[in-house]
Design a protein around this ligand. Sequence first.
Ligand code: MG
Length: 322
Amino acid sequence: MPSEFELIRHFFERPARSARLGVGDDCALIAPSPGMDLAVSTDMLAEGIHFLTGTDARRLGHKSLAVNISDLAAMGASPRWATLALAMPTADEAWLSEFSAGFFALADRSGVELIGGDTTRSSTSASIMICITIFGEVPPGDALLRSGAHPGDDIWVSGELGGAALGLAQRLGRVTLSNQDADYVTRRLELPDPRVELGLRLRGLATGAIDVSDGFAGDLMHILERSGAGAQVHYESLPRCAAFANLGDPELEQRCVLSGGDDYELIFTASATRRDDVERLARELKLPLACVGTMLEGERKLEFCDAAGRALPAAGGFDHFK
Ligand SMILES: [Mg+2]
């Protein structure tokens, strides 16, 4: 049986590429490209809270890194390096093999180099914990901030909302979907695709941005709070997962679309004068970008309205965000 250290080395140690010194010493050594700011973020995933027990290890390796890369995307930063800390009850070789395969497949595709980390045994009752710190680069002054939105700006959202939350509801046995829909929403939940290219292209175009990790309404509220403005959003124009059309449960749909987490799309704001530029970008990236509302002068209040402009009656999904 290989020792814990041998296992880590086997699955996670790779020769340094862009890092001056990678895994294997007390510290890694990295140098950002000349003139660039470092963008740094940490995300922790705990079994039973952020992922279900029994989640496929390869998909979990992908998702652990994807949620971190998504934070860089939301800043308009390009991914460079990551560290990984793992706590697990036993050093399970098959699990580590699958987890590292999922992690490195996305890392290689995204230009991320693993430069260090740690593993530890959790007590037998404890579960798996995964903590990743990600490092990216962005030119000074170009980062997309939550605080940059202005009254009158358009509010945009990429891709579609609610699919990951529907995937979780399906995994918990709360809804029954066709095999095809079930497979699709499970992928939305377990294999999110961070919008890095979009984030990079929004530099100089978006005024503010955030990624959708906790749900559209809550995450947009962070932009409102940091920018000191309100917003009106047209509920019907929010892009949503096609599986909802087959489900016929408008209440669940609203809850998933407004408050479902884990979609890892980007919400961003841009001047209404830049609408053509955003639409051109959507065509170039072959990624739907939907204009869903407007930033408003005044108090930090988020209103949803229907197609006729009437205020949407508060439903369980978002009223606690008011
Ligand atoms: Mg985020």
